[in-house]
Design a protein around this ligand. Structure first.
Ligand code: ATP
Ligand code: MG
Length: 656
């Protein structure tokens, strides 16, 4: 594999046929593409019938005031009823909704009937706290069932939630509370992370001292770890007292399809996070449809597991809303993949017989780094479909995932989408689309996506440009919270009439789409556009490299010079004399992609700066490469990584 260039990976012989045992159903067939292409709105109107509406919509799309869309506008529904109650009414109350696995090894199965009671109690508690329809509720929680219950309780009473990842700083939390003007915060004393209790409540207390958070009147606190926490009488309430004491019955009210469901901030990879607003009917329609179609879901027999955190959009759409709307049984895991040992994930797959797994390329590369023998020690034969999201998946990681986790039987679906799109947009369908490792391939049925040049004209097959969405879709963001102008400027101004995703992409000879990373990250080297993704992929195809991040740094001769940060395999320390390796890597990239793509500098480091959703923050590395002061670091997993990288710089090698 390592001797082949990305271009070679796109040739016929690298394609994997869909595995025979994946059975196609009515919505997972090639015919869905045709029917959706023939009548796109009819297709979505049909998908909306997956939901139970209090008032059926007669209107599918109102696009009279672009880019402000209304989907199913005259329909009314309750999102929580769709995710919970209707499954109980259909006789599936005894089906497990959530298999919760705590990091310390405690576990709890929650059926749909139990979920209905818990969500009703929590909804009643929020009403007692005075939460009215339309009030915003901030949720700052670990990965425990109460987080899902809290989100559904908000949806049930029409109070939009704003989930903030449970390890963001007090500042990051306070900014989001202020921006969304939240009235209530739901949190816990703490959660288990990396083998120890990690506190959350003190961060909330600190955030609430900021002037912008002055409108928060109540804090609802789940007891998870039992650690000591501060308490503000009158403001703070224990979940196990206030919620447990409520009636397990609550009659859900129907809201307009366009009623706000949640605000969620983007992960901040490229700049200041944006508060993305999603609404109810269209969002739930597409989340449910895509979860069903892309995973070929069989509710009642499949066990699904999405390893994402609910603090980002994958958790919203593919832990909470999509799977629960479909009546799925799923695993919810609190902790990290390596606690207490590097095989923890595979132990969970074996324990619950997970059939559908959805994770991120960064996690796959980390597992690759730990070695093939770790997954080999577990029975993973239950797995049937593997998904990937968050970044372009490099072909090496794709092939490893399929071989060592799926055992060569399972399709891998590389799903491209964003916080803004709400649901999956570009992805193969298992059992239908012939797989190409490293490519998200084709827009899903009902989705219109293409790649355009600087002037907005579709590029020819074999060429690259900008990924755009040319028609509105049901789960599209409705605006940036409180900032319609930023919504228009960010997404709809670059190419009039089209949604600009901010990502670069190319079309291969068949017209299949390959994502190339963010346009902001594309490098201009001596008049050539070079994608960070391609250079990174070439670097990790070298046997000694586990991970790579590439940025373009301003250069007097070449406009930008390619600067690569690499992590060595097997945890090798970068402080040895790496001159020979650096030379070898430069030659390797030149051979894979051509001499123009040869990095000018290669810096072995111990860690890369990543967001909580596992993405590399290239803008910070660009700051380092250009000796600038670092930009916003609030969404980093671990901000000390930047100190570590900077402290390693004096020993860094520079070549010309
Ligand atoms: P911000 O917009 O604040 O910089 P972000 O873009 O990282 O944050 P998300 O909405 O979580 O926030 O991420 C969406 C982005 O992730 C996409 O625009 C794309 O760059 C990348 N991405 C997600 N899935 C894939 C995939 N399957 N292939 C390639 N890129 C992907
Ligand atoms: Mg983005």
């Amino acid at each position: 594999m390592s001797n082949e260039s990305l271009a070679n990976l796109m040739t016929e012989d690298r394609r994997f046929p869909p595995p025979a045992e994946v059975t196609a159903d009515a919505n997972v067939t090639a015919a869905a593409y045709e029917s959706a292409a023939a009548d796109r709105l009819g297709f979505w109107a049909e998908q909306a019938r997956r939901l139970s509406w209090a008032t059926e919509p007669t209107e599918t799309l109102d696009w009279s005031n672009p880019p402000f869309a209304k989907w199913f506008a005259d329909g009314r529904l309750n999102v929580a009823y769709n995710c919970v109650d209707r499954h109980v009414e259909a006789g599936n109350g005894d089906r497990v909704a959530l298999h919760f696995e705590g990091e310390p090894g405690d576990s709890r199965a929650i059926t749909y009937a139990e979920l209905q009671q818990e969500v009703s109690r929590a909804a009643n508690a929020l009403l007692e706290l005075g939460v009215a329809t339309g009030d915003r509720v901030a949720i700052y929680m670990p990965m425990i069932p109460e987080t899902v219950i809290a989100m559904l309780a908000c949806a049930r009473i029409g109070a939009p939630h704003s989930v903030v990842f449970g390890a963001f700083s007090a500042d990051a939390l306070a900014t989001r509370i202020e921006d969304g003007d939240a009235r209530v915060v739901i949190t816990s004393d703490g959660g288990y992370r990396r083998g120890a209790p990690s506190a959350l409540k003190p961060t909330v207390d600190e955030a609430l001292t900021r002037p912008g958070a002055a409108n928060v009147r109540s804090v609802l606190v789940v007891r998870r770890t039992g650690q000591d926490i501060g308490w503000t009488e009158g403001r703070d309430h224990w979940w196990h007292e206030l919620v447990a004491g409520q009636s397990p019955e609550h009659t859900p009210e129907a809201f307009d399809a366009e009623h706000p469901l949640f605000i969620l901030y983007t992960s901040g990879t490229t700049g200041k996070p944006k508060g993305i607003l999603h609404t109810s009917g269209g969002y739930l329609t597409q989340a449910a449809y895509t979860h069903h179609a892309v995973f070929d879901l069989k509710p009642g027999s499949d066990v699904y597991w999405c390893t994402a955190d609910v603090g980002w959009v994958t958790g919203h759409s593919y832990i909470v809303y999509g799977p629960l709307a479909n009546g799925a049984t799923e695993v919810l895991y609190e902790g990290t993949p390596n606690t207490p040992h590097n095989g923890r994930w595979w132990e969970i797959v074996e324990k619950y017989g997970v059939t559908l797994l959805y994770t991120a390329p960064t996690a796959i590369r980390t597992c690759m780094k730990w070695g093939d023998d770790i997954p080999a020690g577990f029975d993973l034969s239950s797995l049937r479909v593997l998904g990937s999201v968050g970044e372009p998946i490099n072909p090496e990681a794709w092939v490893w995932y399929r071989k060592h986790i799926g055992g060569d039987r399972t399709p891998v679906v590389d799903t491209w989408w964003q916080t803004e799109t709400g649901s999956m947009m570009v992805s193969p369908l298992p059992g239908v689309t012939v797989a190409k490792p490293g490519s998200a391939q084709v827009p899903l049925p009902g989705i219109s996506a293409t790649v355009v040049d600087d002037d907005g004209n579709p590029v020819a097959n074999g060429s690259g440009g900008y990924l755009v969405l040319t028609e509105p879709w049901p789960s599209m963001l409705r605006t940036i919270w409180g900032d319609d102008q930023r919504f228009i400027d960010t997404y709809w101004s670059r190419f009039p009439g089209k949604y600009f995703a901010g990502d670069g992409a190319k079309k291969d000879a068949d017209g299949d789409i390959w994502l190339l990373g963010r346009v902001d990250d594309v490098m201009l080297v001596s008049g050539h556009n070079i994608s960070t993704t391609e250079v990174e992929s070439a670097l990790v195809s070298h046997p000694r490299i586990a991970e790579a991040a590439v940025v373009g740094a301003t250069d007097p001769q070449t406009t930008q010079a390619i600067c690569a940060f690499v992590i060595l395999r097997g945890g090798a320390r970068p402080d040895e004399d790496d001159a020979a390796l650096v030379e070898e890597l430069r030659a390797h990239v030149a051979k894979e992609l051509g001499p123009i793509a040869k990095p000018k500098r290669i810096l072995p480091v111990e860690e890369l700066p990543k967001t909580r959703s596992g993405k590399i923050m290239r803008r910070l590395l660009r700051d380092v490469a250009e000796n600038r002061e670092l930009g916003d670091v609030t969404t980093l997993t671990d901000s000390s990584v930047m100190d570590l990288i900077q402290s390693q710089l004096p020993g860094a090698k520079s070549e010309d």
